[in-house]
Design a binder for this molecule. Structure first.
Ligand code: 5GP
Length: 191
């Protein structure tokens, strides 16, 4: 049996806090990690690949998977846009003896942590401030004015949940945040 069976690492944060960059750093730092590809109903961005960044599926397919209980967790993260972690995806990763890394929203993270409190660690990445977060999201250039505002509103709300998480990293300085995350993951792998 895989030594990582049933274990997982969650990296969560309000959108724009730098969680994807920190997740990428961790994936490079630890060969035993594998990115858990989520299913989503949102449109792919220009640089995104199906089955690599997400499993891009239709709303009908997503609803069918909910009915068949194929998700560990799922959320309507943004208005009408669904995201979920497939049980099959985690099984796939454990089957190749790797440790899944879930890059998911705060509510999803709380749900997974509640279901698997003993085998999951969560790392909450906190942006330095809402203003900084707004700058980062604007810099990304992938949002319309409306979706940008929706992401900022959601981020402000999500920030209030940081106390649900055992590991909170304030992302003032990217290198320092990565070093902190690396230490947490190393301890979990060694445990
Ligand atoms: P984006 O649209 O920018 O790729 O992702 C939006 C948000 O959805 C991010 O916070 C991301 O972490 C989250 N997300 C991605 N996959 C999942 C998932 O499977 N479940 C949940 N609950 N959130 C997810």
């Amino acid at each position: 049996m895989s030594k990582f069976f049933h274990k997982s690492i969650i990296v969560t944060a309000p959108s724009g806090a730098g969680k994807t960059s920190i997740t990428r750093y961790l994936m490079h730092a630890f060969p035993e990690l594998a990115f858990s590809v989520s299913a989503t109903t949102r449109e792919p961005r220009a640089n995104e690949k199906n089955n690599v960044d997400y499993y891009f599926i239709s709303l009908d397919e997503f609803k069918e998977k909910i009915q068949k209980k194929e998700f560990i967790e799922w959320e309507m993260v943004y208005e009408g846009k669904y995201y979920g972690t497939l049980k099959q995806e985690l099984e796939r990763i454990w089957a190749i003896d790797k440790l899944p890394v879930l890059d998911i929203d705060v509510q999803g993270a709380i749900h997974v942590q509640q279901q698997y409190p003993l085998t999951t660690i969560s790392i909450f990445i906190q942006p330095p401030s809402i203003d900084e977060l707004k700058k980062r999201l604007e810099g990304r250039g992938s949002e319309t004015a409306k979706s940008l505002q929706a992401r900022i509103n959601k981020a402000a709300y999500e920030l209030s949940f940081h106390h649900y998480f055992e590991n909170v990293i304030v992302n003032n300085d990217f290198d320092a945040a990565c070093a902190e995350a690396k230490k947490i993951v190393q301890q979990f792998i060694d445990s």
